[in-house]
Design a protein around this ligand. Structure first.
Ligand code: NDP
Length: 244
């Protein structure tokens, strides 16, 4: 099959970033905005960052996800680039972890991604193009004590992206996973200082990442330049998870 490969960078696409009101999600939203895309973000409370279309959504609720997509579609057209970024942690060693600690994290990080992908895929199939980027974590494949719930949810995203690739790859839709290591955000700021120090000592780069360093990789994997990459796991972790 002949496929024309354009050198022009696509802009003006309808992009939706879940949990894009702060942290890594906001940096991702800003990166697409700088590319000239029409960017919407989901948020649950607080203010919408300037210049972005904010739609209220809780990814644990399919009805709320549907309403958010409907709003984005009305303003920007069908979502062509979906970044499933919303995520939570509820760290606890296994013996003290309740079933609720486990299922609530999986419900947001993994089932939440399912809900938004399912809703977005309808429009992408119709458009005959789409980019899905799932924000996982180095700990999804590396493991982490106290994060059985979080690591399981983040590992699940890999199987999700790969299955999506096999289902929808022939329709010009790609699905990839970006797996950040430790990034300077509110999520890591709450870690005790000695935990941060011990993580730092195991990162070959010797530092945490800035959210923008993750955002640029997400923007690239959603670009035309990466049209033939699908089902990949791209680490942005300063070498922490090498080989996994
Ligand atoms: P933050 O805690 O700063 O932000 C999390 C975002 O997710 C917020 O926008 C939050 O919205 C949103 N969110 C949480 N639960 C829900 C929900 N049920 N419905 C909708 N939105 C929700 O996290 P980071 O920016 O650090 O992390 C972003 C992603 O990157 C997460 O998936 C995280 O697991 C992943 N990651 C982070 C790393 C790090 O070092 N920081 C490392 C590796 C991966 P609200 O403001 O409304 O609470």
């Amino acid at each position: 099959m002949e496929v024309s490969v354009s050198n022009e960078q696509q802009t003006g696409r309808s992009v939706l970033v879940t949990g894009g009101n702060r942290g890594i999600g906001l940096a991702i939203a800003r990166a697409f905005e700088a590319n000239g895309d029409k960017v919407a973000i989901t948020y649950r409370s607080g203010d919408v960052p300037e210049g972005l279309l904010g739609v209220k959504a809780d990814v644990t609720d399919a009805g709320s996800v549907d309403a958010a997509f409907t709003e984005v579609e009305a303003a920007h057209g069908p979502v062509e680039v979906l970044v499933a970024n919303a995520g939570v942690t509820r760290d606890m060693l296994l013996l003290r972890m309740s079933e609720e600690d486990f299922t609530s994290v999986v419900d947001t990080n993994l089932s939440g991604a399912f809900r938004v992908i399912k809703r977005a895929s309808k429009g992408m199939i119709r458009l005959r193009k789409g980019r899905v980027v799932l924000i996982s974590s180095v700990v999804g494949l590396y493991g982490s004590p106290g994060q059985i719930n979080y690591a399981a949810s983040k590992a699940g995203l890999v199987g999700m992206a790969r299955s999506l690739t096999r289902e929808l790859g022939s329709r010009n839709i790609t699905a990839n996973v970006v797996a950040p290591g430790f990034v300077n955000t509110e999520m890591t700021a709450v870690l005790p200082e000695d935990t941060q120090k011990s993580y730092l000592s195991s990162i070959p780069a010797g530092r945490f990442a800035e959210p923008e360093e993750v955002a640029k990789v997400v923007r690239w994997i959603a670009s035309d330049e990466a049209a033939y990459i699908s089902g990949a796991v791209i680490p942005v972790d300063g070498g922490l998870g090498m080989g996994h």
